[in-house]
Ligand binder design. Sequence first.
Ligand SMILES: C[S@@+](CC[C@H](N)C(=O)[O-])C[C@H]1O[C@@H](n2cnc3c(N)ncnc32)[C@H](O)[C@@H]1O
Length: 224
Amino acid sequence: MIPWQEIDRAQVPGQKENIILQKRGQEFSIRIAGTELMNSRIHGSEDDLARLTFSCLKGKSDLRILIGGLGMGYTLSAALEQSRPETVIVVSELIPAVVRWNIEHLGHLARMPLDDPRVTVEKEDVAKIIRKQASAWDAILLDVDNGPEGLTQKANECLYSRSGLETSFLALRPGGILSIWSAKASEAFTRRLDDCGFKAKMVSVRARKSGKGSRHIIWLAQKS
Ligand SMILES: C[S@@+](CC[C@H](N)C(=O)[O-])C[C@H]1O[C@@H](n2cnc3c(N)ncnc32)[C@H](O)[C@@H]1O
């Protein structure tokens, strides 16, 4: 077996841990504190996050889309595939090194999504961007952590809390979609979304593009 080779490492802002980019043959892996955050071979559910979100926005034009975070760019690439020429996509990424790695090492994996003129990158916490403006977005796509019940970064709890969901509700245009990736299902979280004014459903998807692998969850929550 080909051994993993470390390409780069960087400090996670506000934390002690390093984030590490590794390569083995054509495969890339991003790890924090010994845990794999992303692997370039497995991105079916990351693609589905964008595909399912856009399926809820059919018939709408002049879309403004916010994606948090960038990772390896698969959700962003799948969003671009569904977008019209006038669509505006802002992708928020907390860790500047991840943006740099996409430019220097990872771009080819997802068809160079950062080169697309419809895309702007903000090296900022997505929670801060959501708070900036009411009625700003047709969709907010969140894949920043393991989901509402499996946080790797405590600071991200605010995105999944009742007040965080209410802030996202305000940031969406009427009919807008909050979509959230998660490693695990939670009926309680679906109820929390509904309590915040959304009409929410929980969809089970496969980790791999082939329709195989473990199951992941995507919540699609519409501001009705
Ligand atoms: C699992 S990866 C996202 C994978 C991505 N969907 C893809 O298709 O490759 C999670 C990303 O979110 C970033 N992140 C974590 N917390 C964030 C936050 N609060 N705001 C913005 N980005 C964040 C991480 O640095 C990481 O790049």
